[in-house]
Design a protein around this ligand. Structure first.
Ligand SMILES: *Cc1c(COP(=O)(O)O)cnc(C)c1O
Length: 513
């Protein structure tokens, strides 16, 4: 009895102090500003202290620290919290902004977009309906219109912000599937599910296309088997002659081609498929044409390299990923369609949210075009970016990375210790270390290099497999990465490679004795 009274008294004291101290509202602006400024100070410390792309920490080192955290005992203040988050996360976070991080498709960020994130999360509009977003909806629509215009679409085009390329590709295949079924089989998949013919639907992509195409085909009930992978030519672009052969073969086998996905900027090589040629074939065979420009969309920003992505305007639908090539924080992507009527294939009216009469009243409800319901106002980041920097400046960053990649390709080619696999339309270079007269297992040596670099953390590169062999990969997305940075990375690669050769030589000698 006594303890209960004491607890009640304690609670009363707490509540008198500041009853709802943690809630974002107009009486708590001071608390809000303190919190946001403390966190941005901690981010500054991350920039000041993390001088390497990665600390090299292992899960085994970090995991024990997590065991000590009791999520049911809150901490006393932000300083204590940020110390804890430092130990568990920021001290070891992989630093995408670092010029010697050239591993995956992660771009450094532009500051206006980061600033916008604070507003996005604080005001927390949801972009599904006008009545939860107001002007936010119109901003998103204006940015979509702008992107459609850059793609070369006309006024009938429309689109929606998405969580990224995977979701945008899903929407492309979803519309392709439902549109085919409705127009050719008079079967409404939205209402009735898949028709029996769906097991024979076929989608064509290059063998270098992103894995999300297979994953999405399987999510759409078509099975991974529905995806026919077309061999690429010597420059890793889809071979359009083989594409036409494959379409004919599938038809002859009694299957039903429904779509072709062209990739504008493959994840591994940064190469652009022959978009115009694919467009000609999709028109000839009456197939849905989707272009995955998750990586290549940055080409839209530069007049110098815009020609590389010509033909994208022929597509029925397009994926763009602002968080790959527009220097935007995750998440930020978009799905575009040439003919906005096609969104009708996925529109669902919920009485509580977007009733049919809203359409009649002209209230714009973006949920009509999305597969998400509650949806972040990611568009505001791009708005801040374009309004503070403009397209030309953003495009100049993309030009810089393309030029740096070309110079690095030339260096790799000139160095007999390296084998370069590709010339990139954008900024992804696949190569391996293979110095003269070595008798090592080249795959194992390059795997060793990649692993040692990750453990050391001074510079991060990626790896990939081509024809069963392991290669190293640079993805250049940082305009601050210079030739000197990359020369330094060459040296690190050679050091680790030579360590491997040395070690193998010693063990080989040891075995011989
Ligand atoms: C990254 C990538 C995707 C997937 O995009 P997410 O934003 O990671 O979902 C799709 N296609 C290509 C070509 C990509 O490079």
């Amino acid at each position: 009895m006594l303890t209960l009274n004491l607890e009640e008294e304690n609670l009363n004291i707490l509540f008198e102090e500041n009853p709802l101290k943690d809630i974002f509202h107009h009486d708590n602006t001071e608390e809000y500003l303190i919190a946001v400024s403390k966190v941005s100070q901690a981010v500054k410390r991350f920039l000041d202290h993390n001088k390497k792309p990665f600390s090299g920490v292992s899960p085994a080192q970090l995991r024990p620290l997590f065991a000590k955290v009791d999520l049911d005992s809150p901490l006393s203040d932000y300083n204590t919290l940020l110390d804890e988050v430092g130990l568990l996360y920021t001290n070891h976070a992989v630093a995408f902004h670092h010029p010697e991080y050239i591993a995956h498709l992660n771009c450094p960020l532009v500051i206006p977009a980061i600033a916008a994130e604070i507003m996005i999360s604080s005001i927390n509009s949801s972009l599904d309906t006008w009545d939860q977003s107001a002007g936010g909806t119109l901003m998103e629509q204006k940015l979509i219109e702008w992107t459609c215009n850059e793609v070369g679409y006309g006024t009938e085009a429309d689109g929606i912000f998405t969580s990224g390329g995977t979701q945008s590709n899903l929407m492309g295949l979803l519309l392709a599937r439902d549109h085919y079924s409705l127009t050719h089989l008079n079967h409404n998949i939205k209402l009735n599910g898949l028709p029996p013919e769906a097991s024979r639907f076929r989608i064509f992509v290059s063998e270098m296309a992103h894995f999300s195409i297979q994953k999405n085909a399987s999510l759409l009930g078509l099975g991974e088997k529905s995806v026919i992978r077309i061999k690429t030519d010597r420059s890793f672009r889809m071979n359009s002659i083989l594409l036409e052969d494959a379409i004919k073969q599938e038809i002859a086998a009694g299957n039903i081609p429904i779509a072709v996905v062209g990739t504008a900027g493959t994840t591994d090589f940064g190469n652009v498929d022959p978009l115009q040629e694919i467009g000609r074939l999709t028109a000839k065979y009456n197939l849905w044409y989707h272009v995955d420009a998750a990586y290549g969309c940055g080409l839209l920003l530069t007049s110098k390299y815009r020609g590389l992505i010509n033909g994208i305007e022929l597509a029925h639908s397009v994926t763009v990923d602002y968080h790959k090539s527009f220097f935007q924080p995750v998440s930020s992507g978009a799905f575009l369609v040439k003919d906005k009527q096609l969104f009708g294939l996925i529109t669902h009216h919920a009485d509580y949210l977007n009733p049919k009469d809203h359409d009649d009243d002209g209230l714009p409800n973006q949920v009509n075009k999305s597969i998400q319901t509650t949806r972040r106002f990611d568009a505001l980041k791009l708005w801040f970016t374009l309004r503070m920097m403009g397209k030309v400046k953003l495009g100049s960053y993309f030009e810089t990375i393309i030029q740096t990649a070309a110079e690095i390709a030339a260096l790799l080619q000139a160095d007999p210790a390296f084998e370069l696999m590709n010339e990139s339309d954008i900024s992804a270079l696949v190569f391996r270390y293979n110095p003269r007269d070595n008798r090592a297992d080249i795959c194992k040596m390059n795997q060793f290099i990649k692993k040692s670099m990750f453990n050391g953390g001074e510079a991060l590169v990626a790896g990939t497999k081509i024809n069963q062999s392991f290669y190293l990969k640079f993805t250049l997305l940082n305009p601050l990465t210079t030739i000197d940075h990359v020369k330094n990375i060459f040296n690190i690669i050679k050091q680790h490679g030579n360590e491997y050769l040395q070690f193998n030589k010693t063990t080989a000698d040891f075995r011989r004795n």
